[in-house]
Design a protein around this ligand. Structure first.
Ligand code: ADP
Ligand code: MG
Length: 632
């Protein structure tokens, strides 16, 4: 292990390991499949980076997000470690060069998205590499029971086939036992050693408040904030609105959601990280892997859909170990809303049957066919054609995607933008080279006035109908223009592409998955209920509630959450008597600890403790060696 210690100091300048890191690294070096289950900020990256540096060869890292890879590669490079990444949007030539480098250039880390693994050329190169470790970051993405399910994560098992002897390390902060179990089996890990650190965050104060004027409360919280903050909202529009409102209140803010360009995302992230902008108002697209130490507040203005995602999002506060607050603001309407959005609109098996049949009719797929056919798909048009409830249809399509019946690419409803980069004379002479390019190019110039000045949203359908060319042709022309630096574009096929993964068999197709559908629905419902329970339970320490949800039963009260800090109201002697009676009634059933008693009652914990003392003094109850109270 001295070697490992040297690596830590030499490359990172750290003097000691964080909890569990050393054990995890030792397990990897022993060649064992290993699971590192550490909370956000627990230092998971080092758990594969250090052992990979200690061994000959290259470590393959699977990571779900481009931004995440970029960050990690940059930090590695800063430390003089050779690392490269394969993300989307690189040309075949570039891909070849990068893979050549990875193979012959003494690189230590190759980061790639799970989608990249699907490409044969990537697999062929990896076959030839001297791989020392396979690291799967955010490994829970492979489980369809988790919140971040990414079907492409299933490709990872390919690596197991290519290099059967290389150990896998799975890294995640998602601790629910069933997701963990599923992750391990989906990754085909062999008797992995699981390392789990406590999920207690001692410096983080969890607070929940019922609040009708959430903006005012947010302003109060943030106006004296000297560090950074994240405000989570549910939809893209709210990110913009709230960030505008905060700015007008003198709190510097910007917004972030899945629909803005990669470039803009990077800029926004950068200005927030540099603390030029203090507050990021975001959807849950802002998340995984955000490593900014000085976040003092994470504020939720809407109720999250599960405690798993809440814990992760809240956990982005206080990564430097200093005091920080995770505040959830809600009102009665939000409670209703979260149920409507996440529970009542869950598609049943019969909803799925209907949508699936409609979808097949829409694309005119004959019975028994359709497998692996790919179609351009406009979600809004689909809903309009059949007058479907969009929320239900959306959820149904997502379920079909999750359950492997169809595959949807891209997010719904984004727009492509184009901007011309060279002068109009240059453009026209460029067009002379190719008649198709000319027709399409000129049409675009005619329809869109300001396209030389700024990125302009274009409508591919409109261009197609004006030129009589297919969407594919238009896209390939645009790609050529981009390649020749005539335009800069952000291409988002207006909605999505949809691939059927199984042949059409209507009822039968869905019957096969009906058990999974129901299980998924039950799971979603339970998750939302857990969140509502968390919000409503204002007598048990917030931190305790959260970590016990993740299976941790030994933690003690945090002392800093909104429950622990609420001063107990002084009960009148009548109320005290009433409370004492309830305790006696409880103890008739069973011997209970003070915590168990408190959990079963609606009174503040301090009052419960007071009542217990009174009952002890009056010798109505006694305590046994297991710290349980019983009737005397
Ligand atoms: P996770 O992936 O678990 O959320 P990261 O790997 O991003 O966490 O690490 C979080 C932060 O902790 C990073 O800034 C990292 O450099 C730092 N860190 C990791 N290990 C150590 C250590 N042994 N000593 C000090 N800082 C560490
Ligand atoms: Mg990480």
């Amino acid at each position: 292990m001295t070697n490992v210690q040297n690596i830590l100091t030499k490359y990172w300048g750290y003097t000691s390991f964080k909890p569990m890191q050393e054990e995890i690294i030792a397990s990897v070096l022993d060649g064992k499949d290993t699971v590192a289950l550490l909370p956000t900020g627990g230092g998971k990256s080092l758990c594969f980076q250090v052992p990979a540096l200690a061994m000959e060869g290259i470590c393959i890292v699977i990571s779900p997000l481009v931004a995440l890879m970029g960050d990690q590669i940059n930090t590695l490079k800063e430390r003089g470690i050779k690392a490269l990444k394969l993300t989307g949007g690189i040309s075949f030539d570039e891909l070849n060069t990068l893979l050549d480098n990875a193979l012959y250039g003494n690189y230590k880390f190759l980061y790639l998205s799970p989608e990249r693994l699907q490409q044969e050329i990537v697999q062929n190169y990896i076959k030839q590499m001297n791989v020392n470790l396979i690291a799967v970051d955010e490994a829970h993405c492979i489980s369809q029971w988790g919140n971040d399910f990414r079907p492409a994560y299933k490709n990872i098992t390919l690596l197991r086939d290519i290099h059967p002897l290389v150990p896998i390390i799975a890294l995640t902060a998602t601790a629910t036992p069933e997701v963990l179990e599923d992750t391990i089996s989906e990754l085909r890990m062999e008797l992995p050693t699981v390392f789990k650190n406590s999920f207690v965050r001692e410096n983080l104060s969890y607070q929940v408040f019922k609040e009708d004027d959430k903006l005012y409360r947010t302003e109060q919280l943030l106006k004296n904030n000297s560090g950074s903050a994240i405000v989570y909202v549910r939809n893209r529009k709210s990110t913009i609105e709230i960030s505008d409102q905060l700015n007008s209140l003198g709190i510097s803010a910007t917004f972030y959601h899945g629909g803005i360009s990669t470039k803009e995302k990077a800029q926004k992230l950068e200005s927030w990280r540099n603390e030029r902008v203090s507050t990021m108002v975001a959807t849950n697209a802002f998340g995984m892997g955000i490593d900014h130490p000085n976040v003092r507040f994470v504020i939720h203005l809407q109720i999250p859909e599960s405690l798993e995602s809440y814990f992760q999002e809240a956990g982005r506060a206080g990564r430097d170990g200093e005091y920080a607050s995770a505040v959830l603001l809600y009102n009665e309407y939000d409670k209703m809303n979260v149920k409507q959005q996440f529970v009542e609109s869950l598609p049943t098996t019969s909803d799925l049957k209907k949508i699936y049949r409609t979808l097949n009719n829409y694309f005119q797929i004959p019975y028994g066919e359709g497998e692996f056919t790919k179609h351009n798909f406009s979600f809004s048009e689909f809903c309009k054609t059949y007058s479907l409830n969009t929320l239900l249809a959306y959820n149904a399509l997502n379920s079909l995607d999750r359950l492997g019946i169809i595959q949807l690419s891209q997010e719904f409803g984004r727009k492509s933008t184009v901007q011309f980069l060279i002068s109009s004379e240059q453009v026209l002479s460029y067009f002379e080279k190719d008649i198709t390019v000319s027709v399409i190019g000129k049409t675009i110039l005619r329809i869109y006035g300001g396209i030389f000045e700024m990125p302009t949203a274009i409508n591919l359908d409109l261009i197609a109908s004006k030129t009589g060319q297919s969407i594919e042709t238009i896209i390939s022309v645009l790609k050529k223009l981009e390649h020749d630096h005539v335009v800069e574009m952000m291409l988002q096929i207006t909605d999505a592409t949809l691939t059927f993964l199984v042949p059409r068999e209507d009822e039968k197709t869905i019957n096969v998955i009906s058990r999974d559908v129901e299980a998924l629905n039950r799971k979603k419902t339970a998750q939302v209920n857990s969140v509502l329970h968390y919000i409503e339970n204002n007598k048990t320490c917030r931190s305790l509630q959260l970590v016990s949800y993740f299976g941790e039963t030994t933690a003690s009260k945090c002392g800093i959450c909104s429950v622990c800090k609420t001063p107990s109201s002084n009960l009148s002697s009548k109320e005290m008597k009433h409370l004492a009676k309830q305790i006696l009634a409880l103890l008739e059933g069973d011997d209970l600890s003070s915590r168990e008693i408190s959990e079963k009652l609606t009174f503040a914990e301090t009052n419960v403790l007071k009542a217990i003392h009174l009952l002890m003094d009056a010798e109505k109850i006694k305590i046994n060696p297991k710290n349980q109270y019983y009737l005397n």
